[in-house]
Write a protein of this length. Sequence first.
Lengths: 474, 232
Amino acid sequence: MIPEISWKNIWRNKTRSLIVITAVTLGIISGVLLVGIMQGWVEQRIHDAIHNEVSHVQIHNAEYYDNEDILSTIDSLNKIISVLESDPEVKAWTERTKLTAIATTPWASTGLFIYGINPQKEKEVSEIYTKIVPNGGEYPDINKTGYILISDKTAEILQLKQYIITEPLIEKFRESRLPDNIVIKLDSIKGIRFRSPKEFKAILEKKLNWKELDMYGKLIMDSALDYRIRNRIQITLSDCNGNPVQGTFRLCGIYKTTNTGFDQASAFVNINELAELYGSDTPLVHEIAIMLHNAENIDNVKNKLSTVTDKNIVHTWKELAPDAAMMNDFMYMYYFIFIGIIMLALAFGIINTMLMAILERTKELGMLMAIGMNRKRIFSMIMLETIFLTSAGAVAGMLAGWVLVSMLGKTGIHFSSWGEGFEAIGYSANVYPVVTFDFFIFVIAMVVFTAVLSSIWPARKALKLNPVETLRTE
Amino acid sequence: MKILELKNVNKIYDGSEVPVHAVRDVTLEFEEGEFAAIVGPSGSGKTTLLNLIGGLDMPTSGEIIIDGVNLAKLKPSHLIDFRLRNIGFVFQSYNLIPVLTARENVEFIMSLQKWPRKERDARTYELLKAVGLEERMNSRPSKLSGGQQQRVAVARALAPKPKFILADEPTANLDSKAASNLLEIMEKLNREEKITFIFSTHDPRVVKKARRVIALEDGRVFSDEKIQSVND
């Protein structure tokens, strides 16, 4: 009967209880949303790190890992391949040549890693082929030779990315019912090439007012973007003897991941063509990237591959992308910090409400003690009241938070204005919030803990009451 | 059978500048089935004496023995439990639990004593019927009159079959009709349940119904008179 009384007691003063419940509900919703966004970002970062950048496991020659020397290829390659082929835990793998190079166009040059890949096998371990930008050409075809795949960022550096308002584009704008005054303004910059988004944006800011820019700026930028597909890029690298060699590749495609740092440093060509350039009959393999069926088995696979030879070094994704791994490992700490701060703030409101409730019921508590309700039962009653009060808000908050996160998980939240900043550190500007079952268990534990903690002071106050004195009060 | 014994009980409150001797050298015995009134003017020590008998307060000296158990020898936690099992309380201002219905209020102490559900239900109905409130058993105290609330309080006190019931001025807040109705019910239950009723009062109508009248003055027993009822 104590739980029943406790539940009924919280509805004695409906307004006061509803205020506390609403505060808890809003607190939990914000906690769920905040953690959902954080978790969404972490999961996206881990997914992108594994599927675009480092795979589950990578093997290198230990020396290559230190000095990136062209001759430091993977040791005992055939043995490793046979282990990979026979291991049921391995889903796919691919070998790569990885060399430092300088990419040059008539307008600019940049240093990067040039990856020699087998485009078909690469698709099984990397999702780069799905990251080709609109109007950005295509992923290299295994049957075509002489092509290079670079990132949007590299294209920008090499000035292979331009913005131009063409006559067909003006016509397209007219047909798409872009206001006439805007089309007229755009017509005035027709045919001018802008070699960077910054330059083009600056001219748009001059021509259009802020409202027009806000409404049509992105559409105009996206439509005017033109990559110089099939343009030549000269690659300079050191051959097997340490002499500089040069080769020319045609730009076949532009990709863009959520990590600008990776994009800026990575360009891809056919592994056999690259071998011809550095003067080797067979491709030199510096890196093997491996995807597993189940990432849980990562340590088993690492151990198996490490035993083949001690000249190679095997890394898991956590070692290759320590930022993502750290975020993942720290997720529970983030839960604790976010929810802890919210619950701490709410605890003061809960304590205040419970103290008021005790003050109002002094005589009744005295009567309960007089008729034989012992300290343990009085304490339980008040503690349960606090737990019910807090839990009512928490359940509502978790449900509302879950619905909100589920909806936003589908539509995503777009932090377009800060996109460049996010992508510079490997995070997408579009986040899809997600919360796990574990998180809700954690919230429940925190809510109960807060409720129990918040009930101690009011309950102690109640226990100090003297039945004889309280019964005398009016 | 003797169920309650007070031996040279004194209670001195020395919290204020001048110590107050609220109960002086009281020695009394109560038999099973008594219907006793403690009377006296305000400040004569009636409520203090009831609090001492009920174990809500401890005497400065002397002994209170209930069914062979000296209250002073019980640990505080055991005393609460002892009170729960042996003493029923009826308060002047009813003191029902406002969030519970009449039925739940009556059931409350039995549930604390872990009575089986079936027995609890039967006893609750029996008592609410005895106090004439079986039709109002699902009403909350706020929907009942003062007299009805006090009848529920009597039913609650009787529910777990205590050794005796202490009632502190039970009719003080009732009009004459409700008071007389309550007294009739208490008398009837006293006869039928053989439960001892000890109540403090200065209401002459209550005194008239009592079969034993203990008069207090300045904390002392001034007179202790057993009245032969017509029924006896």
